[in-house]
Design a protein around this ligand. Structure first.
Ligand code: F6R
Length: 612
């Protein structure tokens, strides 16, 4: 989703802004722009499309400067066009602003400013902010820059991460945050601000994260932070401890494929150092829960969005099966506005790859407001969710760039599987079963490596079915969320209509969709209920539907009834969902490629969803 960058120092800002914007591309966007302060005047440059378009235009841009702001926009208010791209300038070009988030009362502010003779040239909510800042500046020209911005923001309802450039303040950028991430990267005689550490890790590893309601003034040699009610803030400088490799595909045609193949390593990293010495359980240093506290949990509550929500559903099946603790799972976007009754002794988890999803963050705050300690499972160290949770588990899956989550998903499944074991061993699971479980987990990277060898086989199946327009994904129990994930991947990456159901639900309605055009993908890798799955498969066949089965390598002769059978190793139930989803990731990837889709940047989607 939208990305923000800003530079103030001694170097040429233009090229730094373009380089940093490129590192934000993975988030998804539709236009890009920058503004430089050159000899006392602000000059904007914007382009629809990729950052390379902006870069091309910048080569012929006659303006330069050592201070500037940049943005990648994902349209919310107003169509995708140069006029709606950021930065937006105030009337008279005294101020330029880039903004992530949504100003909810923008129409009200626009009416107010229109009455003061301000004119608007875009359809965005952001432009009103530029003019509101200009209005407050003209009301009190003596005020410091950050104070003008602070006064302006007092009138604003909604969410924002902003960076503002002001003609009257030639060596200063003001930034502010409310529910949209921002950080200041500290350099030597220069500072760089961004909405995402990935954009600036190349320039500095020392960062200060802004908290909600904070406003900062950033100059080349100095920065200061205050709150919306004017209190000064003691900031903490963090060292980025993650290496952000240069964004490249390492010889793979797409990040998505690269990340599918990175799964053995991502899973290994999720497990590293997290087994107990006796080899029968797991431990998570970050959870900071005593054995007594773990034992006293009566219920678990998981909240997330999209793929992370599917991981939570798998977590529910595993924890209920092995640890016998009831688990509720909610979409974060629903939970935040629902008054969900939570029982005492409920342990709440929010799960988010990016750690920045606004709905998940809001759900976290809602659970905390109700007085529950909230744990997090996230991939991004220092992300908003990582910092707002009381304790948690890092995934260590490495940087995920492809918009469709793959390795982060299986890494979350690995963590849930380990959590199920941890809780089970605190209750009824004996040491022998615990050891078997650990053995299975430790074998995962190797088994996943085996499944990755199916890539070409799945490509050939994708070739046969890529022109079909209707896919049903079917699975029972823990394979139902895997079916949901398979359908989501196909929708996102290949823009094909795909739905998922618990297999036995077919005859309660969805079977009406089955015709010769329909492809039904059965996920039948678990040992339980295989004969029931076989009956459902026959029902589809009897109606002319095409059948693809993802099955274990056991004895069932799926080949007799399925049009295609993808065999994966038969494994322990605690890791089976991980093995089962990989063929579906490949399938979505190849169908997407064969249909000519931009699989790394699917249309309308963003890597990190920071607006509602
Ligand atoms: C699907 C996908 C999205 C995300 C969702 C939550 O491939 O990537 O559905 O899973 O937007 O994102 P995080 O996990 O960053 O909170």
């Amino acid at each position: 989703m939208c990305g923000i960058i800003g530079y103030v120092g001694k170097k040429q800002a233009g090229s730094i802004l373009i380089d940093a914007l490129k590192r934000l591309e993975y988030r998804g966007y539709d236009s890009a722009g920058l503004a430089l302060l050159d000899r006392g005047k602000i000059f904007p440059l914007k382009r629809v499309g990729k950052v390379c378009e902006l870069e091309r235009a910048q080569r012929h841009f006659r303006h330069s400067g050592t201070i500037g702001i940049g943005h990648t926009r994902w349209a919310t208010h107003g169509n995708v066009s140069e006029k709606n791209a950021h930065p937006h300038l105030s009337n008279g070009s005294h101020f330029a602003i880039v903004h992530n988030g949504i100003i909810e009362n923008y129409l009200q502010i626009k009416t107010f400013l229109s009455e003061k003779n301000y004119t608007f040239y875009s359809d965005t909510d952001t432009e009103i902010l530029a003019n509101l800042i200009d209005y407050h500046h003209h009301k009190a020209t003596h005020l410091p820059f950050a104070e003008i911005v602070r006064k302006s923001l007092l009138h604003v309802e909604g969410t924002y991460g902003i960076a503002v450039l002001g003609k009257p303040f030639p060596d200063e950028i003001v930034v502010a945050r409310k529910s949209s991430p921002l950080l200041i990267g500290l350099g030597d005689g220069e500072n760089i601000i961004a909405s995402d550490a990935a954009a600036i890790a190349r320039y500095t590893k020392r960062v200060v994260y802004l908290n909600d309601g904070e406003i900062a003034s950033v100059r080349p040699d100095h920065f200061s932070v205050m709150t919306a009610d004017e209190s000064s803030v003691d900031t903490v400088c963090h060292e980025l401890d993650w290496e952000i490799a240069d964004v490249n595909c390492d010889g793979y045609p797409h990040f998505m494929l690269k990340e599918i193949f990175e799964q053995p390593t991502a899973i290994e990293n999720a497990m590293r150092g997290r087994f107990t010495r006796d080899g029968s359980s797991t431990k998570f240093g970050g959870l900071s829960l005593t054995p007594e506290a773990l034992r006293s949990i009566d219920r678990l509550f998981f909240c997330a969005c999209g793929t992370a929500y599917h991981a939570c559903l798998v977590g529910k099946y595993l924890i209920e099966k092995y640890a016998r603790i009831p688990v509720d799972v909610e979409y974060a976007s629903e939970f935040r506005y629902r008054n969900v009754p939570l029982q005492r002794n409920t342990l709440v988890f929010v799960v988010s790859q990016s750690g920045e999803t606004i709905d998940t963050l809001a759900a976290l705050y809602e659970a905390k407001r109700k007085g529950y300690p909230v744990m997090g499972i996230t991939n991004v160290v220092g992300s908003s969710i990582a910092r707002a949770t009381d304790a948690g588990i890092y995934q260590h899956a490495g940087f995920e760039i492809g918009v469709a989550s793959t390795k982060a998903f299986t890494s979350q499944l690995t963590i849930f599987s380990m959590l199920a074991l941890l809780l089970a061993r605190r209750r009824d699971m004996d040491q022998f079963d615990g050891q078997q479980y650990v053995f299975a987990l430790k074998s995962l990277p190797k088994v996943v490596g085996e499944v990755l060898k199916l890539s070409e086989r799945i490509r050939s199946i994708a070739e046969r079915y890529c022109k079909r327009e209707r896919f049903l994904f079917l699975g029972r129990q823990a394979m139902y969320p895997i079916a949901l994930e398979g359908a989501l991947k196909l929708k996102e990456i290949a823009y094909v209509h795909a739905e998922a159901f618990p297999t036995a639900e077919m005859k309660h309605g969805p079977i009406a969709l089955v015709s010769e055009e329909t492809v039904c993908i059965f996920i039948a890798t678990q040992r339980e209920l295989l004969d029931k799955t076989m009956s459902s498969l026959q029902e589809v066949r009897a109606r002319g539907g095409k059948v693809v089965v993802v099955a274990g390598d056991g004895e069932v002769e799926w080949e007799v009834f399925g049009d295609e059978v993808i065999r994966v190793p038969e494994v322990h139930g605690g890791i089976n969902p991980i093995i089962s989803v990989i063929p579906l990731q490949f399938f979505a990837y190849y169908v997407g490629i064969l249909r000519g889709c931009d699989v790394d940047r699917p249309r309308n989607l963003a890597k990190s969803v920071t607006v509602e």
